[in-house]
Design a protein around this ligand. Structure first.
Ligand SMILES: Cc1cc2nc3c(=O)[nH]c(=O)nc-3n(C[C@H](O)[C@H](O)[C@H](O)COP(=O)(O)OP(=O)(O)OC[C@H]3O[C@@H](n4cnc5c(N)ncnc54)[C@H](O)[C@@H]3O)c2cc1C
Length: 671
């Protein structure tokens, strides 16, 4: 056993009841005040765990490896430390022992696998992202977004470094745990300050800022940093690429309105009114019937993409988004020595700046598009980016070619994106019937997932669910269940509720039925071993079929419809500050957040940091990556800020909420 193995800690927060189980590498300091705990100990970085309780001393105890033994030392605390119930100054900790610090009863478990320690000193004077082989493999099977265009770009091979070679930004002071504010000013680069900063500038940021504005915060106090001034820009791009044009319907409820925290008037009501005054009474009645009878007697209502974008446009103008938005690619985040956060960002090549804030919100969405490794290997070998594509990158050339010349398309993945691609090809077949689809799935799906007494229906190996989570995950009993669950239970609950499903749309089901009966749509099962190109430049997919050995499938195009990646390691910004502050990740490799979405280990005196969206999946809330989920997250975050008396912020009450709703209805500024 080496003496720098990570260990697993586990405890229930005595105040919130939440279970915490970070996996950390000693030395680990425990205490009530971050700045009182040492950032370094005997040349090693110390992980500082905040235990926010009066019975915990400012720097209470230190846990470290000493000659292959894990040892805890009391640091002169007022209330002492207890090992397996016995008060001791100094003790060896064995796997499974409990360590009590104030009201926190922490179980310590040794990890079995000797994973690479994360606290190796940095080899040069700049923050770095991991260059481990694992990171490279991940990087190679993803498509990154180009930081200049904000679009998916297959020519960017792997996550970029926070500080690329040849650059001196962020500056060396960013190696410190607490960056001195004076030092930031001393760099001579522009420094701005604000109370509330949100990083990302996408839908998560927009929904949070919207609620801040409704809660009384003025535009001068808020800044949003991002790569595009339209909050839905990245989202719209992914929708259009994955074949959701503006007139198509999304996969969210009528009352999931990113522009309207009350959810009323809902999108169904707005669309019904719009059609009614244009004389389309039947359509209007249909939308209203759907929201009344869904999902039992009618298909679930979902809004049109274009209507959602238009509504966000109206709200951005109303709340003064353009006055709060700044263009910038955020490169690194650090705590400052005065209880705030410093964000280092680039406004262009060689044009760098800093933003210092008290309350930091992070909503950076998906850092990359997942790409199946065998398809990535094919693209790298043949430099062919036209026949093998990802559903989330621009691949309209595929449909144009199919419409003009016909051809065979092989689809991988069977979620909602695959359904949309099939629908798009179905439309192309109307122009050219010589198009066929081969849908390759890993294994048959004879029956749907079961949870308690509920079971998802399955048809033609597609599993159906109106939304990507059962509805009770948003605000019902499943939300409460997940909040209360331990990290292990959360992982298993999420696996049972989520997974690959598609919307239960009758039109999609009819398309697959029609395709199967007419023979232009076929389903195959097998595990892909490799993908090659033949002499006619067609793709050849080698698959292993259970019990049948290896066979090959030829096609003109392959479309990967398997998904997006939001793991921390795929995002240089997150990866950097997670490593710098030794932050725990949740079981799904995303940021570990409390029930109010705070990153507790990033607390800095009065300064607080929150996260939203896909980067928090695996934590207390399932539907984090959805309009309503982002609204729920914003509500929890703003409530927590109001509770900690964040300045200029008033929690909405029945009167102020009604007043704000009236302003929304009359399209007046919130303040
Ligand atoms: C195709 C698709 C369809 C979906 N459909 C629905 C639906 O119908 N209903 C629903 O409720 N949800 C839907 N979702 C889920 C969810 O609502 C969206 O993913 C939503 O955009 C998430 O918001 P976000 O702020 O987390 O991420 P985004 O909206 O993607 O915003 C993140 C922003 O952060 C920026 N950023 C990242 N890193 C940095 C950095 N270092 N510096 C500066 N900026 C940075 C990015 O450029 C991006 O603009 C869908 C998602 C996808 C992909």
């Amino acid at each position: 056993m080496t003496n720098n193995l990570p260990i697993q800690l586990n405890w229930k927060d005595p105040i919130t009841g939440e279970t915490r189980d970070p996996r950390l590498t000693p030395p680990i300091a425990f205490g009530r005040e971050f700045v009182r705990m040492p950032p370094e100990y005997q040349g090693q970085r110390v992980t500082r765990m905040l235990l926010n309780h009066d019975e915990v001393s400012r720097f209470h105890a230190l846990l470290e490896w000493q000659y292959n033994q894990l040892v805890v030392n009391d640091q002169g605390s007022v209330n002492g430390i207890y090992v397996n119930g016995q008060q001791l100054q100094h003790s060896v900790i064995n796997s499974g022992d409990t360590l009590q610090i104030g009201p926190y009863i922490i179980t310590v478990t040794y990890t079995i696998a000797a994973t690479q320690p994360t606290n190796t000193p940095q080899v040069n004077n700049r923050p770095q992202i991991s260059n481990s082989p694992q990171a490279n493999i991940r990087g190679n099977s993803t498509i990154q977004f180009n930081p200049s265009t904000n679009l998916p770009d297959p020519s960017i091979p792997q996550p970029q470094q926070v500080t690329p070679l040849g650059s001196s930004f962020p500056p060396p002071i960013f190696q410190e745990q607490l960056v001195p504010v004076q030092g930031i000013h001393a760099t001579g680069l522009p420094v701005d300050e604000c109370e509330y900063l949100t990083v990302g500038g996408g839908l998560g940021s927009f929904i949070y800022v919207d609620l801040l504005r409704l809660s009384g915060v003025k535009t001068e106090k808020i800044i949003t940093l991002g790569l595009d001034d339209q909050p839905y820009s990245r989202y719209k791009c992914l929708c259009l690429n994955s074949q959701i044009p503006l007139h198509e319907r999304l996969r969210s409820n009528s009352d999931s309105c990113p522009d309207n925290i009350w959810g009323w008037p809902s999108y169904a009501l707005r669309e019904a009114w719009h059609d009614f005054i244009r004389g389309k009474v039947n359509n209007s009645a249909q939308y209203l019937w759907k929201v009344f009878a869904e999902p039992t007697f009618a298909e679930t209502y979902t809004p049109r993409a274009g209507n959602v974008f238009d509504s966000i446009d109206r709200e951005t103008k109303r709340i003064g988004w353009e006055r709060m938005y700044r263009y910038g690619r955020v490169r690194a985040i650090r705590k400052t020595d005065d209880g705030r956060y410093c964000v280092a960002y680039s406004r262009g090549r060689g044009d760098h700046a800093f933003m210092v804030c008290r309350y930091l919100h992070l909503a950076t969405g998906y850092p990359a598009i997942q790409f199946l490794p065998d398809l990535q290997a094919y693209r790298e070998k043949y430099r062919d980016f036209k026949s093998v594509v990802n559903a989330y990158e621009d691949h309209n050339h595929v449909y144009q070619k199919l419409e003009s010349q016909g051809g065979k398309v092989l689809i991988r993945g069977r979620g909602i994106v695959a359904s949309r691609i099939i629908q798009r090809i179905y439309e192309a077949r109307k122009k050219n019937p010589h198009i066929t689809i081969l849908h390759l799935m890993r294994s048959p799906k004879p029956q749907g997932n079961k949870f308690a007494r509920a079971q998802r229906p399955v048809k033609n190996h597609f599993e159906f669910q109106p939304f990507n989570w059962p509805k009770a995950c948003w605000g019902g009993d499943l939300r409460v269940m997940l909040e209360k669950a331990s990290p292990d239970e959360r992982q298993s609950l999420l696996a049972q509720w989520g997974g690959t499903t598609t919307a239960d749309r009758i039109d999609w089901q009819n398309i697959t039925e029609e395709g199967l009966s007419e023979g232009w749509y076929k389903i195959e099962f097998g595990k892909v071993t490799k993908v090659e190109r033949d002499a006619q430049n067609r793709t050849i997919t080698h698959i292993e079929e259970k019990g049948f050995g290896e066979t090959t499938l030829d096609s003109d195009f392959i479309i990967d419809a398997t998904g997006l990646d939001a793991k921390v390691e795929a995002n240089p910004l997150l990866d950097d500050f997670v490593k710098h502050y030794h932050l725990p990740l949740n079981k799904m490799g995303r940021l570990e957040v409390a029930n109010d979405f705070e990153l507790l280990e990033m607390r800095n005196q009065k300064g607080k940091m929150y996260a939203a969206g896909a980067i928090t999946l695996g934590g207390p809330y399932a539907a984090v990556d959805s309009f309503l989920g982002l609204q729920y997250c914003a509500l929890r975050t703003v409530d927590a800020l109001a509770k900690s008396r964040a300045p200029n912020l008033q929690r909405l009450n029945i009167f102020s909420s009604f007043g704000q709703w009236l302003k929304w209805a009359l399209n007046q500024s919130p303040s």
